[in-house]
Ligand binder design. Sequence first.
Ligand code: GLN
Length: 488
Amino acid sequence: LEDIQNFEGKYPKQLWYLFLVEMWERFCFYGMRGVLAIFMVDQLLLSDRDANLKYGAIQAFVYAFTFVGGIFADKFLGFKRSLVFGASMMLVGNGLIALSPHDYFYFGIALTIIGTGFFKPNISSMVGDLYKEGDPRRDAGFGMFYSGINVGALLGGILCVYLGKNYSWNYAFAAAATVMAIGLLIFLATKKHIKPIGNSPIEHLPKATRIRSEIFVYVAALASIPLIFLMINNTTYTDYFMYTIGPIALGYFVWQMMQEKESKARQQLIAALIFIVFSIFFFAIFEQAGGSLALFANNNLHDDLFFFNIDPNVVNNGANSLFVIIFSPLLGLLWLAMAKRKSEPNTVIKFALGFVFLGLAYYMFFGTRFFADADGKTSLGVFTLAYLAVTIGELCLSPIGLSMITKLSPKRLGGMMMGLWFLASAYGQYVAGLLGAGMSSPDANASALDKLIAYTDGYQQLAIYSIVAALVLFILSPFVKRLMHGVR
Ligand code: GLN
């Protein structure tokens, strides 16, 4: 482990392996996610409303399962085995849908939900293990990892939607399954290089016991399929699920926290929890991207961006990832340069900046109304600039959040805490849907201009919430810093 953590240069070489594996997984995930709603409307003949509800439920579950995946990794599997299991489930899930989209859709989606739960948090935790405590290069490393996420997200979103719309849905899901297979193979081929990282926590127990507990985890995971089925099929149950999983997770967190002997470790966990709660607010606003902003792009934007013509929905789906890929390494270098001069902002300040940029972005989304013509169509340029601001905000918060979790969590709770971080995203997605629905004009026959007014009113509200959140974070920062005990 020392050999890995004492690397020279900006990034450890093992980061690139994890980067590639996560890139293909996100390709699969965002590819599938990109076709989900369209497929349900076109092929399963669901109404828009039902497709939206199911889409939201699936998104919420995907991220809620990370909590389960994280705990099982901490207790039984370790990060590496969890990752292999998760990747296999995603592969089989998408593969089955590819074989027969109509027969296996829900079953395949259930497998994907379980798979992502076991994969997503645990690969992020492994990135954290590449760094020694206090290594100032950690945030930059997570920034680079985050670029990989977005390369995958961008390519998956484009390719799978293209294949599905122009060729066949079988191909779209087959592409998702194929890239997941590539990711899994890369991981299997390179895992020897990350040797002591991500081993099973029960490695020392007799082999038979280990295998028994592993089988228990796999069976328990698969046994949840009927439950997932039920919830996706009737989204009222999703509401119940969301009402209960959070309190249960919180209870479990408190119980685990109490078992920490040192008060320093307990306080660091509380600091992490404060960040996690703020990330719910962030993602609730950020995730308008998949909902209300997609509709806004569809109804209210011209299709000329400076000198070229482009479908506003392509901008809505792609601009964020593209900006992440460009700006994440730059911001990483900025953090490194500031760290050298001992002026790198602390995590709390970075989170607050995340909200400042988010607020700025939503003021820009609001501001599009001043460029609107009588038909309710407005500037794609301003909209794109707003996405730039959203992305800078995301980069101050999301990769920094992953990094923060690995800094503040004791080793035995690493998986659970990363799961909790993503569970916050589940709530973010869930609340995003509610907010989006609340902002949309209630009259289905409203004119494009009326819709524009309704949405931009909503965006102004969200801008205000963001700025308030930033202020609260600035005010809380001395207190949170104290809880962090020297972790930056
Ligand atoms: N876009 C990032 C990813 O897919 C962050 C997702 C999230 O935390 N909601 O990993």
